[in-house]
Ligand binder design. Structure first.
Ligand SMILES: Cc1cc2nc3c(=O)[nH]c(=O)nc-3n(C[C@H](O)[C@H](O)[C@H](O)COP(=O)(O)OP(=O)(O)OC[C@H]3O[C@@H](n4cnc5c(N)ncnc54)[C@H](O)[C@@H]3O)c2cc1C
Length: 451
């Protein structure tokens, strides 16, 4: 067996979430690359919640050979052509109103997160060594020689390339920005250095999500005709927030997420823990006057988890020398387009392809492979991040940025026209997810690398 230091590259991945594990699997196709995964948690677990995967990242999943296993744990059928998905309702009134059905080209695949993670782990070869209880504190990178990693438990490790897949509070992102700020200071650019450091801390989006898994049998017993039991999924929209509900795990559970959205608090600081278990009363008051279907769902929710939705300020680059960011560490976005994990999966695909390319080695990785990754993924992921932010506005029935038009003050005919315009705006803003393909990005990355 080749020992690690005779391998072409030693890659350390910090974080074993969806992004880190998908990247490890994609990179494991190159036997001459050594892979070590460092994860801060004591064991690999996922939150008890659902996840939707759009056609672009689904293509990556197929490339990685995960499709057959994942199809065992979803009720979503793979359709390549037009497929009717979520139904949208104006629900913040006694009688809700269906106004639009999302039609995508290719299915939005729906899973339980734990099933997705388990499938990844089942496919991950043993040579990708995963070290749990290893929280990265910082790293040191010099012009040449290995990158030194320092962990909270006092231990050290080294690598040629460090990939930060350590989520929204990323220690690797703090390191990348710290390096860039030091270089700026070295050139006397103090203002630039201060601006760079402002990107370290995530910012609150003004949205708070309340997640729960509802046993489908429980809903069935109360309301056998409830539309969530008989459709691919429903989004209940209102001016103060929205609810999304769809079936997962062979229809055993309903993935329920209620969002309370306070646009005026976007980019402020959230006071309190970002994640905690709360009582339904923590958010139900926002939905008290909503339609009966919503009340039935609320009556089924137990022990919801509260998530204050944080994002990162867009940076100029995901890369610093031989260190690269991936997933939420690079572009944590609002979940209003169900695409944060999808974008992490796309990062994983492109980053693995450029690192695995036979021309990439220790000496050129910073100037070629990682620059190509950055040039392809950074602009795209931030475009999706902005589209997701805009969806958050649309889902609270606001077509305009400042919410100047109050839909409830419009006469019925105009209100209906407004809702139709909203439906079109949602599709237009979202269609990148099914009208474009990851293949083009992959080809462009390889073309740039080989040119
Ligand atoms: C309510 C909600 C619904 C969503 N729905 C969807 C959806 O339908 N579709 C979709 O595509 N996306 C969705 N997302 C977004 C998606 O969950 C995230 O974008 C995705 O999980 C990010 O994966 P990641 O691997 O980059 O980060 P994470 O999942 O955060 O993983 C980071 C990992 O790094 C570890 N870590 C952290 N710090 C360190 C350290 N210093 N050292 C070592 N390890 C560390 C953590 O323990 C964790 O395991 C949703 C998000 C929310 C909040």
């Amino acid at each position: 067996m080749t020992s690690a230091n005779t391998k072409r590259l030693q890659v350390a991945i910090c974080g074993a979430g969806i992004g880190g594990l998908t990247f490890a699997l994609a990179l494991s196709r190159y036997p001459d690359i050594d892979i070590e995964i460092y994860e801060s948690a004591r064991a690999l677990t996922e939150v008890g919640a659902g996840i939707g995967i759009f056609p672009r990242p689904w293509k990556v999943i197929k490339m990685l050979g995960l499709e057959a296993d994942l199809l065992q744990v979803t009720e979503t059928a793979v359709v390549d052509g037009s497929v009717s998905g979520f139904r949208y309702r104006k629900s913040d009134q006694y009688e809700g109103k269906d106004f639009f059905t999302l039609v995508t080209q290719g299915s939005l695949m729906l899973f339980h997160r734990a099933d997705y993670q388990q499938t990844l782990l089942n496919h991950l070869p043993k040579r990708c060594r995963t070290h749990c209880s290893k929280r990265l504190r910082s790293y040191t990178q010099r012009q040449s020689g290995p990158i030194e990693l320092s962990f909270e438990d006092g231990t050290m490790a080294s690598c040629d390339v460090l990939v930060g897949a350590d989520g929204v509070k990323s220690a690797v992102r703090a390191g990348v920005l710290g390096e860039k700020a030091r270089w700026a200071k070295g050139e006397g650019k103090w203002k630039e250095a201060a601006e760079i450091l402002q990107h370290v801390d995530p910012i609150w989006s003004g949205a708070t999500a309340y997640r729960a898994l509802i046993p489908a049998q429980k809903l069935q017993a109360i309301a056998p005709n409830h539309q969530v039991l008989h459709t691919p999924g429903v989004q209940y929209l209102g001016k103060q927030g929205y609810i999304i509900a769809y079936r997962i795990s062979g229809s055993k559970f309903i993935n329920f997420v209620a969002f309370v959205v306070q646009h005026h608090l976007e980019n402020t600081t959230f006071n309190g823990p970002w994640m905690s278990t709360v009582d339904v009363s923590a958010f139900s008051s926002t939905f008290t006057h909503w339609e009966p279907d919503v009340q039935i769902l609320l009556s089924c929710v137990e022990k919801p988890m509260q998530w204050a939705i944080h994002t990162v300020r867009p940076m100029q680059s995901f890369v610093s020398g031989r260190v690269a960011l991936l997933g939420d560490a690079a572009h944590s976005m609002t979940p209003h387009q169900g695409s944060g994990a999808g974008q992490a999966i796309e990062d994983a695909c492109i980053l693995a392809a450029v690192l695995g390319h036979p021309s990439t080695d220790r000496t050129n990785v910073a100037h070629r492979a990682l620059r190509v990754y950055d040039s392809i993924r950074c602009p795209y992921a931030y475009r999706v991040m902005e589209a997701s932010r805009i969806n958050g506005r649309y889902f609270t029935l606001r077509l305009d940025e400042d919410g100047a038009i109050d839909i409830d003050k419009l006469p019925p005919k105009q209100q209906w026209e407004y809702l139709q315009r909203l439906g079109h705006a949602i599709v237009k803003n979202w269609e990148w997810a099914w009208t474009t393909s990851i293949d083009t990005a992959l080809q462009e990355a390889l073309r740039l690398l080989e040119s």
